[in-house]
Design a protein around this ligand. Structure first.
Ligand code: XLS
Ligand code: CA
Ligand code: CA
Length: 440
């Protein structure tokens, strides 16, 4: 338990006045809020790729953080050291879930997918052995169908049927791993599922083939006993100029078109929402009203940068409004996966913990404040009142969808002109949120 992060104690809740950087100020796992404990509201997960693999390498420079865990990278010994380090990390923070891509947990054999699969069998055995008797479980698995050069033209949307089959083969193993590890979900993020130019692209075929890939993975998954949710993780761009799963609304329309909406839900990432020109809250609301709320990739972007920075969430306004949506939707079926990475100069082991602490505390405080907004009731009752005209008379018929065009026209003629629809009171409502956030 103290092998990889020897200077880090178990992180405990000490309250908002604590100055101890290795403590939670707001995340108090057993505290009950709106009838559930904080840990039930906030099923936090560790992202294998950022936390155990990414070393700060970027387009302009080498890695700055040492993620070797004392073993040469690219070996199965290193893969196992990451499992051990990951478990120690999760235990120290009280995190119960983890998420990974296939190639995060083993080195890929460049020449033989069967050898990669053998390694996956070995490492998933090891994960099961090492997590036995703990409460650490897999939240979701996914496959990296964007890094290998074979996916340069896409995976499910590749122009090459051979490449499509490699994507399918990886996903087959991915869903087998999800079943083996008891995961709640399986994620499709279409990193290369898009295009750069229509001059070389058969968009109709690409879209249809992606749906075929989803369908055969779903059918196979169900046939081997996968009971969890499949997730689409929308993202508008990066790495491709146009990505097919632009945002939640686009992805939901696609699922309905291909009859996949019973098995698939959304995995909403905050940074992808803002790249699409939406707020995080908007993407959650679109998911909720379509009964598609699934899981969340918890992070934040930088409004001054146009790319996916995957920063740890620290903006309380955003976490509050996110938790407001999640709580009102009845909670998450999945979890809150920190698809977040330390900034490149934050390169020590301590920084890994500070990052998770600020992320977990930001969602905990967001939950506390969201519950206060709900209990306060002024915002909900304002919205309720704003639409009161649909509660009776012609409005009720509109709400129920039974009204005719002639009835609407006759109503308008009788009124001659409508009554004032009323102020939207945006600034008043923003004031309420600020008051609740900052009153202490
Ligand atoms: C990249 C995505 C990716 C998915 C999983 O932008 O966020 O990490 O979450 O493939
Ligand atoms: Ca993500
Ligand atoms: Ca991202």
């Amino acid at each position: 338990m103290n092998q990889y992060f020897p200077n880090i104690p178990e992180i405990k809740f000490e309250g908002k006045d604590s100055k101890n950087p290795l403590s939670f100020k707001y995340y108090d796992p057993k505290r009950v809020i709106l009838g559930k404990t904080m840990e039930e509201h906030l099923p936090f997960a560790m992202a294998w790729w950022h936390n155990l693999c990414a070393n700060g390498v970027d387009m302009f420079g080498q890695g700055t953080a040492d993620k070797s865990f004392g073993v040469a990278p690219g070996t199965m010994e290193h893969a196992k050291a990451k499992v051990d380090a990951g478990i120690e990390f999760m235990k120290k923070l009280g995190i119960k879930y983890y998420c990974f891509h296939d190639v995060d947990i083993v080195p890929e054999d460049p020449d033989d997918i069967s050898e990669t699969n053998r390694r996956l069998d070995e490492i998933t055995d090891y994960i099961l052995e090492k997590t036995a008797g703990t409460d650490i479980k897999c939240l979701w698995t996914t496959c990296n169908m964007f890094g290998n050069p074979r996916f340069m033209n896409g995976a499910g949307s590749s122009n090459s049927a051979d490449v499509f089959c490699f994507a399918a083969a990886q996903a087959k193993k991915g869903i087998e791993n999800a079943v083996k590890l008891g995961a709640k979900g399986y994620v499709f993020w279409g990193g290369r599922e898009g295009y750069e130019t229509l001059l070389n692209t058969n968009m109709a075929l690409e879209e249809k083939n992606i749906a075929t890939l989803f369908r055969i993975v779903r059918d196979y998954g169900r046939s081997i006993g996968f009971k969890g949710d499949f997730y689409i993780e929308p993202k508008p761009k990066e790495p491709m100029k146009h990505q097919y799963d632009f945002d939640a609304a686009t992805a939901i329309g696609f699922l309905r078109k291909y009859g996949l909406d019973k098995d698939f839900r959304m995995n909403i990432e905050a940074n992808h929402a803002t790249l699409a020109g939406h707020t995080f809250q908007h993407e959650l609301r679109v998911s909720a009203i379509n009964n598609m709320m699934g899981s969340v990739d918890a992070n934040q972007g930088d409004m001054l940068l146009g790319w996916d920075t995957d920063q740890f969430p620290s903006n309380i306004y955003d976490t509050t409004m996110a938790m407001y949506e999640i709580v009102k939707a009845g909670g998450l079926r999945g979890g809150l996966n920190f698809d977040s990475k330390n900034r490149r100069p934050s390169n020590t082991m301590e920084d890994m913990f500070y990052a998770y602490i600020v992320g977990m505390d930001s969602f905990a405080l967001g939950l506390i404040k969201a519950a206060e907004i709900i209990e306060d009731g002024r915002i909900d009752s304002f919205v309720e009142e704003r639409y009161a005209s649909y509660n009776e008379g012609i409005g009720l018929k509109i709400r129920e969808g039974t009204v005719t065009l002639e009835e609407c026209a006759a109503h308008a003629a009788k009124l001659k002109k409508p009554a004032d629809p009323g102020s939207g009171r945006q600034e008043y409502l923003e004031g309420i949120v600020n008051n609740i956030l900052f009153r202490g």
